[in-house]
Design a protein around this ligand. Structure first.
Ligand SMILES: CC(C)CCOP(=O)(O)OP(=O)(O)O
Ligand SMILES: [Mg+2]
Length: 239
């Protein structure tokens, strides 16, 4: 069974397999995405219940823009609808919401809603929910490099002063008290990171589930957490 004292502080999830879930049922992709939102809500609830401190979900990758316009538009509308529907719940459950990724390509209505939900929940002290939208690991490292280069150019720091924490402070996960996921879960059987977190996954335990994201429920989450609690994390140490 699960031991509360061995719970991960920060869980990250690649919510993959929504379209395959729909296709298997002869449903359109949109139905898969809608089923995915429902599974997302269940996971948020479980993280609140079990005292997980940070939950990061990969909701839309910078590489997803190549999908059919109809699907991208559907997803953007779904994010907007989903955030609006959850606003009261975020306050009731004391959830702090941060959105990471490049907002500039998102619809302006969604950009405004993101600013609003981050502002409204800024002082909440429960689960910190980080939603990656138009995010990628490489985008994050590039923008961090740009910020550091600007500081060098402005004479604020010398190149030789740059160290791991200089980078960590500039990555978009600097919004989280626990920036490094202890556990990464990826659903639908794919065994790859797909340009999600790169720097942040240095010592993250990886768990792959064959379930498509819409089918990932409490039992699947318990299975991932039990596997995590059985791991011996050495961080490169112990000969
Ligand atoms: C946008 C993202 C959360 C959707 C993940 O599911 P997916 O559309 O990649 O579904 P498939 O892997 O089945 O194509
Ligand atoms: Mg996929």
């Amino acid at each position: 069974g699960l031991r509360r004292e061995l719970m991960p502080e920060h869980v990250a999830v690649i919510m993959d397999g929504n379209r395959r879930w729909a296709r298997m049922r002869g449903l359109p992709s949109g139905s898969g995405y809608e089923a995915g939102i429902r599974a997302f809500r269940v996971l948020v609830e479980l993280c609140c219940k079990w005292g997980i401190r940070v939950l990061t979900v990969f909701a839309f990758s910078s590489d997803n823009w190549v999908r059919p316009k109809m699907e991208v538009d559907f997803l953007m509308n779904l994010f907007e609808k989903g955030i609006k529907a959850e606003l009261d719940n975020f306050m009731r459950e004391d959830i702090k919401v941060s959105i990471i990724g490049d907002p500039s390509k998102l619809p302006t209505s969604l950009q405004r809603l993101i600013a609003r939900v981050e502002k409204n929940t800024k002082h909440n002290t429960g689960l910190h929910l980080v939603v990656a939208v138009n995010y990628s690991g490489k985008y994050d490292i590039v923008q961090a490099c740009q910020s550091i280069a600007q500081k060098v150019k402005d004479g604020l720091i010398e190149p030789e002063e740059i160290n791991e924490s200089s980078i960590e402070q500039e990555l978009e996960t600097n919004c989280a008290e626990y920036p490094y996921p202890d556990l990464l879960i990826r659903t639908s059987g794919e065994l790859r990171v797909s340009n999600f977190f790169l720097w942040q996954l240095a010592y993250t335990e990886l768990f792959f589930s064959k379930s498509h994201w819409p089918d990932f429920g409490e039992a699947d989450f318990v299975e991932a957490l039990v596997s995590f609690q059985q791991r011996q994390r050495r961080y490169g140490g112990y000969k």
